[in-house]
Design a protein around this ligand. Structure first.
Ligand SMILES: *Cc1c(COP(=O)(O)O)cnc(C)c1O
Length: 364
């Protein structure tokens, strides 16, 4: 038997939200509602689907390795130079490439307790330690603690998700600028904005402006959430051309496949669809927060398409009972919340179904 690296042996594999097909197989339930992976309630843009169908006959050809059309459309959309854009097979791949390019084995990166798991999972895969200072009040990042840990550990990078997942909470531009002053210009800062499009708040982070003054910054965004293309796997980074250049040296040549290139390009142009997605989400948030309050449940403030809900009891049995009723939500034990679940905002009927199922299960 081949021996893995010591740090690989100790890794715990990431467990994604349960797929609909798996629940159908296991329980023989046909009518399954999945509100577990922060997927888009509306679905993909019809323009993206049409572009993908048109591209199908070309599948015997390799795609263009640098996805020039998608890159230049993104650059125009973001008002940056194409050399500032780097594409990943999901933004997850970019997290991995950043670690690989900029952090040595036995190095340290900093994220946060109850933060997005992929930072820790990928760091572990390179033998990099991920320090996780505790959250502050109301499930929000404690940026002062993050800065202090980054400085005292000599961290090679800091990963901040804004909004964060699984909490849904944000920091403000004022807090971010104070943090940047605190840690200085040389620390590599990754701002993961997977839910960027959903944010509606005062003093919201303006990361593109920050990037202009602070080149050691990578902004991560994705087509997986508000653009409804999680299955296509396209994420992108916006950063200095130097950093983009290093990441491009180590990515797989065809990491954005043909269908993904045309689908994401079309989705980016479909402003109407995005507006509809955001409208459905706004309404869904009202419906879900009202329902949770009626159930007497506390939840974190959210600037996303999901809610972290405190069940005030071990969440495992509740999760299992919901599964038997055909509902998939996300248990949060792996994120350090054994009494919480995360519920993705769905269509009105899906939201109603999860609320009434929760009511029934909690009353048992
Ligand atoms: C969903 C998510 C991502 C990654 O999504 P991809 O599908 O890999 O683009 C990255 N960061 C956070 C915080 C997320 O929730």
């Amino acid at each position: 038997m081949a021996n893995p690296q010591e740090y690989i042996r100790n890794l715990t594999p990431y467990v994604p939200g349960k797929p609909i097909e798996e629940l159908q197989r296991e329980f023989g339930i046909q009518n399954v509602t999945k509100l577990a992976s922060n997927e888009n309630a509306v679905g993909p843009s019809p323009l993206a689907l049409a572009a993908i169908v048109r591209e199908l006959a070309e599948l015997h050809r390799y795609p263009e390795g640098s996805a020039p059309t998608l890159v230049s459309e993104l650059a125009a959309f973001l008002q940056v130079d194409p050399s500032n854009v780097v594409l990943g097979n999901g933004s997850d791949e970019l997290i991995k490439l950043i670690l690989q390019a900029f952090c040595p084995r036995n190095g340290v990166v900093v994220s946060s307790e109850h933060g997005f798991l992929m930072y820790k999972v990928f760091a572990g895969g390179f033998g990099i330690r991920c320090a996780e200072p505790p959250l502050a009040q109301n499930y929000r990042y404690d940026l002062r603690a993050v800065g202090a840990v980054a400085k005292e550990s000599g961290a090679h990078a800091v990963f901040l998700a804004n909004p964060s997942n699984p909490t849904g909470t944000t920091f403000t531009q004022t807090e971010l600028l104070r943090f940047c002053e605190d840690v200085g210009p040389d620390l590599l800062l990754i701002i993961d904005e997977a839910y960027y499009e959903y944010v509606e708040m005062d003093d919201a982070v303006d990361s593109l402006t920050l990037l202009r003054n602070r080149p050691n910054t990578v902004i991560l965004r994705t087509f997986s959430k508000a653009y409804g293309l999680a299955g296509l796997r396209v994420g992108y980074g916006i950063t200095s051309s130097e950093i983009a250049n290093y990441i491009n040296r180590i990515r797989t040549p065809f990491n954005i496949n043909r269908l993904a290139q045309v689908g994401a390009t079309a989705a980016l142009g479909d402003k109407e669809h995005l507006a509809q997605v955001l409208e459905v989400n706004r309404a869904g948030k009202i419906q879900i927060t009202r329902g949770l309050r009626e159930l007497g449940l506390n939840f974190a403030d959210s600037q996303t398409n999901f809610y972290l809900v405190d069940l005030n009891r071990p969440a495992g049995p509740v999760y299992e009972a919901l599964l038997r009723m055909g509902l998939i939500v996300r248990p949060m034990t792996a994120y350090g919340f054994p009494c919480h679940i995360r519920i993705t905002v769905g269509q009105p009927a899906e939201n109603a179904r999860v609320l009434s199922a929760l009511r029934a299960v909690l009353a048992e």
